[in-house]
Design a protein around this ligand. Sequence first.
Ligand code: F6P
Length: 358
Amino acid sequence: MQVELWRQPELESLYPILCSIEGACRDINRLMRRISTDNLDGYQSSKGGEVGSRSVNIQGEDQKKLDVIANRIMKTALCCSGKISIVASEEEDEPCLCSSVTDNAAFTGDYAAIFDPLDGSSNIDSGLPTGTIFGVYNTPSYGSKDPQAVVRQKGNNLVVAGYCLYSASCHIVITMRTGLHCFTLDDVTGEFYLTKSNIRIPRSGPIYSFNDANADQWPSAVRYFLDDFKKERVSQREAIDNKKPSARYMGALVADIHNIIHYGGIFGYPGTTKSPNGKIRLLYEANPISLILEEAGGMSSNGFGRILDMPVSSVHLRTPVFLGSVEEVKALERYFEFHTGQKPPPPPSTPPASAASA
Ligand code: F6P
């Protein structure tokens, strides 16, 4: 991945971190391809628990075997880069100091890394796409060295954000705040080669990615928006590409976002009546993915404002997310403004049947 760095000598200090991410993604990708042959599917059993009992993470979610392995791979690789002093993983209760990971005091540096080691892990057993999401912050040279406080920075402070997609191909899509670039793993040489630079998301697109099994619990703004989107009433999109709206949902944020960046459109995981903040974690998922979208000329919102400006009050905080092409995300914000009574109405719409009870 050094090609991008050769262009920017001022980013040279990030090189060991990028190499460690590259190595970790290569290792996780290899495991993903050997799930069935090496018996890597299924749940992680809990330590010291009853036979057959499952290990759960801080969110109370059952952990897959590969969640645990991928977490260890990412953590070790990042700490061994020698540039990182703090790591925070979605799979762990709390951020920790790299010096405590292997009792090696030399594991320190000017950066902190956050990551979701295996995003979309419910896809593991069926062989569908999954991913790793990561981000790197500067550790402030002043103030607290408390790992919690250091990683609870706004997404806008990220110096690196990226994801690795494990699918038909393995791609690392990464930004160092100078555009978005894609590196693809060559299975023969084992190297990641730059395959797309300065990626741009279409200004508007036909794809909508929502788990609409939750639709009856969504805010009415989202239901009206999607109904109008399907009827092509939301933007001037047809004038841009003449493509009909189309649903795509893979249940793995990385895979759905990769698709949206390619074709344009909108990914949403709204809050529900049961979980008003939705499901996506601000620190580990929403922030890095938001920076990626903005670097590609797209937009990210929680319905009311920019995700990258949200305060991170807790490391496991969740947030509603709407991510994608500028036209669709801006339109969605207009629907929120209207339906919460804050702004003038969006373009006219007929109520969807499901919104009658809103
Ligand atoms: O947050 C984890 C995650 O697996 C995301 O990758 C994905 O977008 C979402 O959850 C899928 O959730 P659901 O199965 O509720 O649609």
